[in-house]
Design a protein around this ligand. Structure first.
Ligand SMILES: [Zn+2]
Length: 569
């Protein structure tokens, strides 16, 4: 038999019990044809000797924001600014660049702002106005749950009108005298976003192209986009079309599972039996989770229940440390969530509830369990996104009811010290857990929440293992023998970003492990993540999705930008 490709001379980690390791892997029509002795007598159009490099299943980022990040690649990057003077200088440079282009109305966009890098301070509105003049300004906080604007933007958004009222689930932050500070929180960001929306298909496709080429360079072959089409997280009501167009034109370099935002659904009617005797919330035509193909498909419905830990807006049962009388808030009434989420569930939608604080997690668990009990399973697992401050009883409950969770280990390095300070020592062990979820039999999926943290999966793998913050602290503490209480083994960490993420996204039959018949989605690494002391130091030598190189540093092998159009895998 003639195969498309054989990779030889590799240390292949399959994560399959029947054949955990192999040296050669054959690929035909985008799928894995077999290993080692199964390839005897097979020729291939292309054969590559990997000279001892390590092959693992393609990485799956179970929760990220590709369009948001991709669009932000053109913005001023504020994440490395330390002290507001540095930040102002970056903005002055960008304002001068835009002035030189002669477009006085062009927005000044920035990403990656983190007040902790400025001693907890936010930029001064008058100073921002002096830099920008009448040019609108929009700086995203690294958490995504806050942003910084100037007077020009606030005026455009209507926030300076007499009688202006904050939207449900958000606020235009004001000082003691009632004057806006320039900070907009949570749903109030939607007022600014609506000035920018909808983005054109071309802008979104450009963003997807730029972003997913970088995903491929990180070894990512699949990702779940955590919110499209509506709400402050959406970029266009036609966002699915942009993904499909990117795919058709060879500009989507990783497989996308798209979560429609709850607000994108509307009341649907059908046969009463199909909706459990009541009305439901869905998309037209009965489109639902799982619809699509191997490159672009629909996932669960994304629901935001609370804010962020960094912004101290996550809903917690006890106040944040250093923030008396602040225990965050739910973004809408509990009753509204119960009703709307159940209506989506009745129409067949699995649900992914963004819940960071333990108070939000309580409500998320209550709603998911009630829906599962009342209406039975939907096509993909239900999920709680972030599961950031999870009490022990909540870990057990999520596991018992088969609810997938996506705590981001990648946060621990850059954000862990800040998070630990906000919850204090008594609750630190509840933060972005790993070990206790696995031990409880829970469904854990690796993810970055890009751009909240970067999507360097190797760093994420190492973070699952050592849980070290930037200051060197081990988040959640250590056992007597010095091992991190919430640490995973390197193999468990690898599983979190591959087969466990595949299980959580309902795609384990097709990917997440290397087995004959599954998609040929794999990563070639410079060493074994199961053996090296620092996984973050490994190099991604190549990435294949559907048997095609989406990234390559191998000699003589170029990434193949050819359209996957028509390729079944
Ligand atoms: Zn997110």
């Amino acid at each position: 038999m003639n195969l498309d490709l054989i990779l030889r001379g590799a240390d292949i980690i399959t994560l399959e019990d029947a054949r955990p390791r192999a040296h050669s892997i054959g690929i035909l029509h985008g799928r894995i044809a077999g290993f080692d002795e199964e390839l005897e007598g097979c020729a291939a159009t292309s054969e590559i000797n990997l000279a001892g490099a390590v092959v693992v299943p393609g990485f799956i980022d179970a929760h990220c924001h590709t369009t948001w990040w991709g669009l932000g690649l053109e913005s001023v990057d504020l994440q490395h600014a330390r002290g507001l003077d540095e930040l102002y200088a970056l903005l002055e440079t960008e304002a001068a660049r835009l002035d030189a282009l002669g477009d006085t109305g062009a927005w000044l966009h920035g990403t990656g702002f983190n007040h902790e890098h400025h001693g907890g301070a936010f930029p001064d509105l008058a100073r921002l106005d002096a830099i920008t003049g009448d040019r609108p300004l929009y700086l995203r906080h690294v958490s995504g749950h806050q942003a910084i604007t100037n007077t020009a933007t606030l005026a455009l958004a209507g926030a300076l009108e007499p009688g202006f009222e904050d939207p449900v689930g958000g606020a235009v932050v004001r000082d003691a005298a009632g004057r806006p500070t320039g900070v907009v929180e949570e749903a109030a960001q939607g007022l600014v976003q609506s000035l920018l929306l909808p983005y054109s298909r071309e802008a979104i496709v450009d963003a997807l192209d730029a972003a997913t080429a970088r995903y491929a360079a990180e070894g990512i072959t699949s990702f779940t986009e955590a919110g499209i089409a509506a709400g402050w997280i959406g970029h266009s009501p036609l966002e699915v079309d942009a993904y499909q167009h990117a795919r058709r034109t060879g500009r989507l370099h990783a497989r996308a599972q798209l979560m429609p935002t709850l607000d994108a659904l509307h009341e649907v009617t059908g046969h009463a039996e199909d909706l459990h005797g009541a009305t439901g919330r869905g998309l037209d035509l009965g489109l639902g989770a799982g619809f699509g193909d191997g490159w672009v498909s629909l996932g669960p419905v994304k629901v935001f229940m609370d804010g962020s830990l960094l912004g101290a807006t996550a809903a917690v049962t006890e106040d944040f440390c250093g923030h008396p009388h602040n225990h965050g808030y739910l973004l809408d009434d509990a009753a509204t969530y119960r009703e709307k989420v159940a209506a989506a569930y009745r129409a067949g939608w699995p649900i992914a509830l963004h819940a960071i604080g333990d108070a939000a997690i309580d409500l998320a668990l209550e709603i998911v369990i009630a829906c599962q009990d009342a209406y039975g399973p939907n096509p993909l697992p239900n999920r709680i996104e972030h599961f950031g401050i999870a009490r022990p009883d909540q870990v057990a409950l999520a596991a018992r009811h088969g609810i997938a969770v996506t705590p981001q280990a990648a946060f621990i390095g850059p954000l862990g010290d800040q998070m630990a300070e906000l919850v204090g020592p008594d609750r630190e062990g509840w933060l972005y857990r790993g070990r206790t979820i696995v031990d409880a039999g829970g469904m854990l999926a690796g993810s970055s929440d890009l751009p909240v943290s970067d999507n360097n999966v190797r760093r994420g793998l190492q973070a699952w293992v050592d849980r070290r913050t930037e200051s060197g602290h081990v988040l959640g503490g250590v056992h007597d023998d010095g091992t991190p209480r919430e640490g995973l083994s390197p193999e468990e960490a690898l599983r979190a970003y591959t087969c466990w993420a595949a299980a959580a996204t309902g795609t384990i039959a097709e990917k997440g492990t290397l087995r004959a018949g599954k998609l040929a989605d794999l990563v070639v690494l410079s060493g074994s993540p199961l053996e090296v002391p620092d996984i973050a130091a490994l190099d991604v030598l190549a990435t294949l999705a559907g048997g095609r190189f989406t990234h390559s540093t191998l000699e003589g092998i170029a990434a193949d930008p050819a359209t996957p159009n028509g390729a079944p895998a």
